[in-house]
Design a protein around this ligand. Structure first.
Ligand SMILES: Cc1cc2nc3c(=O)[nH]c(=O)nc-3n(C[C@H](O)[C@H](O)[C@H](O)COP(=O)(O)O)c2cc1C
Length: 198
């Protein structure tokens, strides 16, 4: 695990729960990259090639490269950031699948990388509810994996289509909320690192 202390750089892995090329949640992740606090970098990890979790292939001989790469990326990150759409009032299978892979140990045991990894959640929807139901479910899932999640602010981007200008989300209020979320993620990460390194 990396060891960020206050005012040191924080490396975040970003996971987007949509594989759609024109995904609004990907645009939201790109906005987060633009407004991240100084010293924070957000690396988007593409989930396109991650197969569905299958216990028969989750072993050192058969594990898919994409699952190994995801595991390593999160293991080496200081923190995680999710951008989730809402599918049928819940989390898209793409994200749930990634979390399932991240909740299992690899390479002969140890702690799964999502365990105790400081995490923040945001989401964008074309509708009125801004992914609130998906985010509630995501928090429940992350309780199962012992993942500490930033509590505030809620970043619920409604009617996202209306905020897109020239291929990016262009909205001061959204930028402000995402920046505050990331500052709180940095705080949580520093606190977490201090406790682990004490
Ligand atoms: C299978 C499916 C189910 C959906 N269910 C919901 C829903 O329950 N609530 C909602 O607000 N939007 C729902 N939507 C609309 C998505 O939130 C919207 O398409 C959003 O833009 C998807 O995110 P993306 O742009 O990042 O791909 C659903 C879309 C799909 C494809």
């Amino acid at each position: 695990m990396n060891s960020a202390t206050q005012n040191e750089a924080i490396h975040v892995v970003g996971l987007v729960g949509s594989l759609r090329r024109g995904s609004y949640n990907r645009l939201l992740m790109e906005l987060a990259q633009r407004v991240a606090p100084e010293g924070m970098t957000i690396e988007l990890f593409d989930l396109d090639d991650l197969p569905l979790y299958n216990g028969d292939i989750d072993n050192d001989n058969d594990r898919p490269q994409a699952a190994i790469a995801l595991h390593r990326a999160v293991e080496q990150a200081d923190a995680l950031l999710f951008a989730t759409p809402e599918y049928n009032h819940s989390v898209p299978a793409v994200l749930k699948n990634a979390i399932d892979w991240l909740s299992r140990p690899q390479r002969g045991g140890g702690t799964p990388p999502i365990w105790a990894k400081p995490t923040a959640i945001m989401g964008a929807a074309t509708g009125m509810w801004g992914t609130i139901r998906a985010q509630k479910h995501l928090r429940s899932i992350l309780a199962a994996t012992n993942t500490p999640v930033v509590m505030k602010p809620d970043v619920l981007v409604r009617n996202v289509k209306s905020l897109v200008v020239e291929g990016r989300i262009d909205d001061e209020s959204t930028e402000g909320f995402v920046h505050e979320l990331l500052e709180n993620l940095a705080e949580l990460t520093w606190r977490h690192q201090r406790e682990y390194n004490a």
